[in-house]
Design a binder for this molecule. Structure first.
Ligand code: ATP
Length: 258
């Protein structure tokens, strides 16, 4: 029996979670989602999503596997090539990686847009405030003056000069219907999702099967490293990426550990 089993389930601050705990990353993640729910940022359903993600991450070995790193590099190249890139932010993403999405937006000159499955004006505002507290200069998605075709009214709301107009969108933990609808709009879609069998990564141009906590800073690191590359080099990275192979590699790791 390890001493760590005495870690309280309900810590006040994540600093109280011992960094050498074998389940450290998972405990921090859970803690941030709980705080997100308390702050009105994360919907209760976000906790279930987190639970599903956590199980897949456990099976992946809670690390960025090589195919995910390749996907994160391809994502960085897409974002650097894009004219109007947008990072879509929901309640789980805001709770888990607010500062990190602000850094990524800066590195690739992308907009941040609040885009919620369970949309209420209060949650949109709470998330926008939270992003601003973490350094975001501008946050889109408040006006929501355009609609994604093929979805019902509430689920379809986006900004005309944000996701609606974007050529490249990063959609972490996106719902399958909306991922499909964005794909039908012809967007280049970068999906971050720990379940390689979920519909969202399967319609993505770049499926990233990795925890959003590791994926977002790693895309930023690749973008910073690739910042001075010319268009031909970036296109080379984009063209060499094989989405199907990345999904297969992730599924193989989850099923066999190999
Ligand atoms: P579908 O996309 O087919 O509708 P679903 O209903 O399981 O699948 P949602 O509940 O809409 O999906 O979204 C949750 C998804 O996000 C799950 O696939 C889960 O594995 C993933 N997920 C949860 N937490 C994280 C995380 N921290 N990083 C990356 N992915 C995560």
């Amino acid at each position: 029996m390890s001493d760590h089993e005495t870690v309280p389930a309900d810590v006040e601050h994540e600093d109280e979670i011992p960094a050498d705990h074998p389940r450290y990353a998972d405990l921090v993640t859970r803690h941030r989602i709980e705080r997100g729910v308390e702050k009105g940022i994360t919907h209760l359903q976000g906790m279930h999503a987190e639970g599903r993600g956590s199980a897949f991450d456990y099976l992946l070995g809670e690390e960025t596997i090589p195919s995910a790193d390749a996907a994160e590099r391809a994502a960085a190249a897409h974002l650097l090539l894009a004219d109007d890139p947008v990072l879509s932010i929901n309640g789980n993403v805001a709770a888990l990686v607010a500062a990190e999405v602000v850094d990524l937006a800066e590195a690739v000159d992308a907009d941040l847009e609040v885009n919620l499955f369970n949309r209420t004006p209060e949650r949109v505002r709470a998330i926008a405030d939270h992003l601003r507290e973490h350094g975001a200069a501008e946050v889109k998605g408040i006006e929501a003056d355009a609609r994604i075709p093929g979805l019902d009214h509430e689920r379809a709301k986006v900004d005309a000069d944000g996701i609606y107009d974007a050529d490249v969108v990063v959609v972490p933990l996106e719902d399958g219907d909306r991922a499909e609808a964005l794909d039908e709009m012809g967007k280049t879609e970068i999906v971050i999702d720990l379940n390689p069998l979920s519909r969202s990564p399967r319609v993505a141009d770049v499926p990233i099967v990795d925890n959003v906590i590791r994926a977002v800073p790693n895309i930023t690191a690749h973008a910073e490293e690739l910042a001075d590359e010319d268009e031909t080099a970036l296109r080379g990275i984009v063209d060499a990426f094989d989405a199907e192979a990345a999904l297969e590699a992730a599924e193989e790791r989850i099923r066999t550990g190999g």
